[in-house]
Design a protein around this ligand. Structure first.
Ligand SMILES: NC(=O)c1ccc[n+]([C@@H]2O[C@H](COP(=O)([O-])OP(=O)(O)OC[C@H]3O[C@@H](n4cnc5c(N)ncnc54)[C@H](OP(=O)(O)O)[C@@H]3O)[C@@H](O)[C@H]2O)c1
Length: 434
């Protein structure tokens, strides 16, 4: 059978991992496919100054991506540039030239995936995006094929490795957020501008994409409630442990009677649950189906090799579809058939909550806080206070019975005005066992 030719645009972390795997595994890939995958062209801005191993002799090397998408030999364009501007142009260029596409771009696919997929189908080309969510975990294949016969009712995941690394290091060593973040930056685990990771935006794109595939609804990432991990302290882990819980940045999507509620936020989860065991830079996705019940997927969320495996596996699938002549040209974004997503406000969600206060201690504090909770019909569950050296910045925790997010927000708003508080209360939902 005729070989398939590939053009790789973007030779950073994922691009270099992809080239290395294609080179090291070339023979095995050929045996599995029955034909060879050839890299015919590669592109990055600094192609002439940065040494990149794995580029085969004879491949076109260029800093102009247009040369790759127009290359007559290239069957599949691999977009590994990232972002939503040049990447969108590359994908449009590939479609215009009748080339199939493999991308790792969660941001672009979360924003425009449905439209891009529709254009690809009309142009009779193939598209694959496994690497865009949870790097090394083949979760797209799971949702699109493995459990697509089920009706998904809930999904929860740890989808940002940097945040999970920071949280689990804070938990393990009792260090502050700032200290662990600085270490992660010096080790290259976190970006100089860590906002996309620690403020939850990267995870939000991934949740939007996974939810679109799982629930078949069109989801706008900015409709998803997002809260980052900057306010979590080592003491929060001590309190969470006292309650039999830990803290993770949880991406959650749940079907309710009113519709789908989506959120990315730090939450207490029971230590006994499988998600609580996800540590360091690992990712995990738990999915609950109406018929098949629970399934769980775990693996490396990022990195040149795990993500490179996802890209190479996508290349093999698309190449097989091209050569097999039975392309898989049905969009996994099924919203046109299943309906549009109506954002359901997180304020309607009911949960028990963990409220952590830092106070300048004086008599009557608990009574004042309890009074505000009572005024919002919120039932107090427990008060916890671990030993502390100072009375002037004293942390303690109140847990409350299940209540609406709206009631908790109103209570926190009212409490924030109390003069003895050193900062507004931190309110974290306590998620049910998965
Ligand atoms: N890193 C991960 O582990 C991971 C995991 C899952 C998904 N992803 C996704 O994979 C994609 C790539 O991520 P990455 O971490 O590999 O990024 P990266 O290390 O920053 O690499 C980006 C590459 O794109 C090239 N590039 C940027 N603009 C270009 C342009 N206008 N023309 C040609 N080349 C251009 C850069 O060239 P120069 O270096 O020469 O500037 C670089 O080679 C992103 O969508 C990301 O979200 C990454």
């Amino acid at each position: 059978m005729k070989d398939v030719h590939v053009g790789v645009i973007g030779l950073g972390n994922v691009g270099s991992g992809t080239l290395a795997i294609l080179a090291a595994n070339a023979d095995q890939i050929a045996l599995k496919l029955g034909f060879r995958l050839h890299v015919a062209a590669v592109c990055s801005r600094s192609i002439n100054t940065k040494p990149i191993p794995g580029i085969p002799d004879g491949a076109l090397r260029t800093h102009d991506w247009r040369e790759v998408v127009a290359h007559p030999q290239v069957d599949i364009v691999v977009e590994l540039v990232g972002g939503t501007t040049v990447a969108a142009e590359i994908i449009a260029g590939a479609i215009a030239n009748g080339k199939s596409i493999v991308t790792a771009n969660k941001e672009l696919m979360a924003l425009q995936g449905a439209e891009i997929w529709d254009r690809a189908i009309r142009a009779n080309i193939n598209l694959a995006m496994e690497a865009s969510v949870a790097g090394g975990i083949p979760i797209h294949a799971v949702l699109r094929e493995g459990i697509s016969g089920d009706r998904i009712v809930a999904l929860a995941g740890i989808l940002n490795g940097t945040s999970n690394y920071i949280l689990t290091e804070m938990e393990r060593r009792g260090e502050s957020f700032d200290k662990v973040l600085a270490e992660a930056q010096s080790l290259g685990y976190a970006e100089a501008d860590p906002s996309a990771d620690v403020d939850g935006y990267d995870a939000r794109s991934k949740l939007a994409l996974l939810s679109a595939l799982a629930f078949g609804e069109r989801i706008t990432p900015s409709d998803i409630f997002v809260e980052g991990i900057r306010r979590i302290t080592a003491q929060d882990f001590d309190y969470a442990h006292q309650l039999g819980h830990t803290i993770r940045l949880v991406c959650s999507a749940r079907q309710t009677e009113r519709g789908l509620i989506l959120s990315v936020r730090p939450a207490l989860i029971p230590q006994s649950t499988i998600l609580a065991g996800v540590k360091g830079a690992y990712n995990a996705v738990w999915v609950k189906g109406q018929f098949g019940a629970d399934t769980f997927y775990y693996g490396r969320g990022a990195g040149p090799n795990p993500t490179g495996v996802a890209v190479v596996s996508d290349l093999m699938r698309v190449a097989r579809e091209i050569r097999g002549g039975s392309p898989d040209r049905v969009s996994p974004f099924a919203h046109e058939r299943l309906g549009e997503y109506q954002p359901v406000s997180i304020t309607l969600q009911y949960r028990p909550y963990y409220l952590r206060f830092r106070v300048d201690d004086r008599p009557g504090i608990i009574a004042e806080l309890a009074g505000i909770l009572a005024s919002k019909q919120i039932g107090l569950e427990a008060v916890l206070q671990l030993p502390c050296d100072t009375k002037h910045d004293l942390p303690f925790v109140i847990t409350v019975e299940p209540t609406s997010e709206l009631a908790i927000r109103e209570a926190v708003e009212k409490m924030s005005r109390l003069s003895f508080l050193k900062e507004p209360p931190l309110a974290l939902p306590m998620e049910p066992p998965l």
